[in-house]
Write a protein that binds this ligand. Structure first.
Ligand code: UDX
Ligand code: UDX
Length: 558
């Protein structure tokens, strides 16, 4: 039914302020809306269409998204509020059929209601096949498929991006289509995709541009981030600069209030902006974790320190929260890919290389610290706090065989169900490999979704529980690994009854130390002095601080 023929466009000279441009008209339904401006019936040759740069213009545009993951799905749903039609395409048939039943496969606040509204109004369409229909009807086609870390070398795996680009090339109808790369890709990928599509498109009637439009969505607030972007980056508007530029300006006009935040750059700059942004965030977190560790050595409180340095607007308050290390589907893989691609140019990014290594060591030491707090062999004389030793790759040999740990939080951060590269998963794997019994509770994690992360721990004593109290039953140590708000409101008196030892490790500094210690728990956190119930004697305090660098070495030789 939708076999449209696309006739090459007629161009009229663009005038910036009037924003008149020529765009194809692919959707027969659309013609009805603005008959005064254009031809209709899909088989009719297209005529120019006047577009005034007012918000409703986005409503003329049809868009396709390849990849209904966190980025593709959130972007599709939000754009469907304004665009004429948005096709959300994914090869994962099960995901698409769930979406068609309005089952949202990811936990993302505000997404469900928006998805339902746009799907029921038919502005949002989910497809797991017949992608050609969508491409033929779309003015703009986004590529938002995964770019996971390539096994073994940390480069970004671009096989999905290239295979989708090839299939788009085969589906491009005559006329103009704008292809936008939203997946996070190494510098130079856009030009490769342009070459690839050029090589694949035989007919001269097929015109296209490739632009880069990196996303900066944070999971847990992705919908709000999309609707209120700090900046929208559009790189490399190709030869037909004006048309692709105006299409992207029109598309984002509902979201970009101030023109300053709509940045037009080259391909390479846009690709670098994405990597540099994530690498900087990761560096700020690793920096904060190192300062937090030193605070513990000198009995200072990291929260006091970060509040003060954050008041300097050159530093800012964001991303100064210490924790068990940074995780998730983006920061770890993107900083690795950036460092690897620089090494291809024989350029060593020493700072970022140490951020990567520092983060890996941090996760290991947090696991060692939590383990040591339940171990019989707590080594008093060397236990002060420690300086962060980058070269400590071995796990400790504390004896925690059969010890029970209650783990609260498994996702890589709060307000998401994403377990990818989660520091909490790493800590639980370490405790299991040391022979511990581990019970976990996470508000957004069901047993079936963790299996693949513990495939190597089949038969190990790991329970995924439905609530915090069950997870902490008979626990020697309770460890908070994800900063879910609900952990603040736990009934600590009830927990005091169910645990076998009263030790809490709060790797997210989520709780009020004195409140918890007043409930009878020895409370440890990151970069803050430990808090003990008033009846605990001084001596006991020292034996449970974070292990120092050299005691880490020492414990390794035991
Ligand atoms: C992705 C990229 O991984 C990330 O680098 C970028 O920053 C944003 O987009 P995300 O949305 O989290 O991140 O990816 P993911 O959740 O893995 O979703 C990718 C989707 O693409 C999956 O649903 C997958 O089924 C789909 N896909 C993948 C296709 O439809 N076709 C393919 O060929 C490959
Ligand atoms: C990140 C970027 O923020 C986003 O712009 C990009 O588009 C995708 O990658 P996200 O993966 O959702 O977003 O995670 P983010 O909120 O940045 O957190 C990353 C990790 O750092 C999490 O493990 C989080 O717990 C940790 N973190 C974050 C800290 O430890 N301290 C902080 O202050 C902030």
């Amino acid at each position: 039914m939708f076999a449209f023929l696309k006739i090459p466009l007629h161009f009229s000279k663009l005038s910036r302020n009037k924003q008149n441009v020529l765009v194809s008209r692919k959707c027969p339904l659309f013609v009805k809306h603005c008959a005064r401006n254009c031809f209709h019936s899909a088989r009719q040759p297209r005529k120019t269409l006047k577009l005034e740069a007012k918000e409703e213009q986005a409503s003329d545009i049809c868009v396709s998204f390849f990849g209904a993951g966190y980025v593709g799905l959130v972007s599709s749903v939000c754009l469907a509020d304004y665009c004429k039609k948005v096709y959300c395409l994914d090869t994962d048939k099960e995901k698409i059929s769930r979406l068609r039943n309005l089952e949202v496969p990811i936990y993302e606040p505000l997404l469900e209601e928006k998805l339902r509204r746009n799907y029921e109004s038919r502005r949002l369409i989910f497809l797991s096949e017949d992608f050609e229909l969508a491409v033929r009807e779309s003015h703009i086609v986004f590529i938002a498929v995964g770019t996971p870390s390539r096994r073994g070398d940390g480069h970004a795996d671009l096989s999905y991006v290239f295979s989708v680009a090839e299939s788009i090339a085969e589906m491009l109808p005559s006329g103009y289509t704008l292809i936008v790369i939203k997946s996070t890709v190494p510098i130079g990928t856009c030009s490769k995709v342009q070459e690839l599509i050029k090589a694949k498109t035989k007919s001269s009637k097929v015109q296209f541009d490739v632009v880069s439009n990196p996303e900066f969505l944070r999971q847990g607030s992705a919908v709000d981030n999309f609707l209120h972007p700090d900046r929208v980056v559009i790189g490399g508007c190709g030869p037909m600069k004006s048309l692709s530029r105006t299409l992207m300006e029109t598309l984002y006009s509902p979201f970009v209030k101030d023109k300053e935040t709509l940045l037009f750059t080259s391909w390479e700059e846009a690709e670098m902006i994405k990597y540099a942004s994530n690498a900087f965030l990761a560096t700020k977190i690793q920096f904060t974790n190192e300062i937090a560790d030193f605070c513990q050595l000198v009995n200072a409180n990291i929260s006091v320190v970060t509040r003060a340095i954050g008041l300097d607007e050159r530093i800012g308050h964001h991303y100064l929260q210490p924790g068990p290390g940074f995780g998730g589907s983006c920061l770890p893989k993107d900083i690795r890919a950036l460092v690897r691609s620089a090494q291809e140019y024989n350029y060593s990014m020493r700072l970022l290389e140490s951020v990567i290594e520092g983060n890996e060591v941090r996760k290991r030491r947090i696991a060692q610290w939590i383990a040591s707090l339940a171990s019989e062999s707590c080594i008093e004389e060397d236990l002060g706090t420690f300086l962060h030793g980058h070269h400590t790759t071995h796990t400790t040999t504390v004896n925690i065989y059969g010890k029970k740990f209650g783990i609260l939080g498994l996702t890589f951060k709060a307000n998401t169900d994403d377990l990818r590269d989660s520091p909490a998963i790493f800590v639980v794997q370490e405790l299991l490999s040391l022979g511990a019994r581990v019970s976990v509770y996470d508000p957004q994690v069901k047993a079936e979704s963790v299996t693949k992360y513990f495939a190597a721990f089949q038969g190990f004593p790991l329970d995924i529980c439905d609530d915090s109290y069950t997870a902490c039953q008979e626990a020697e140590v309770i460890a908070i690994l994800t900063e879910w708000e609900e952990f603040r409101d736990l009934d600590w008196n009830r927990l005091h009854e169910v645990v076998s030892r009263h030790v809490i490790v709060d790797t997210r500094n989520l709780l009020e130390p004195d409140v918890i210690s007043d409930k009878g728990f020895r409370y440890y956190s990151v970069g803050r002095p430990p808090y003990f119930p008033k009846n605990i004697d001084k001596q006991a305090k020292n034996c449970e601080m974070l292990p120092t660098q050299n005691n880490f070495q020492q414990s390794k030789n035991l």
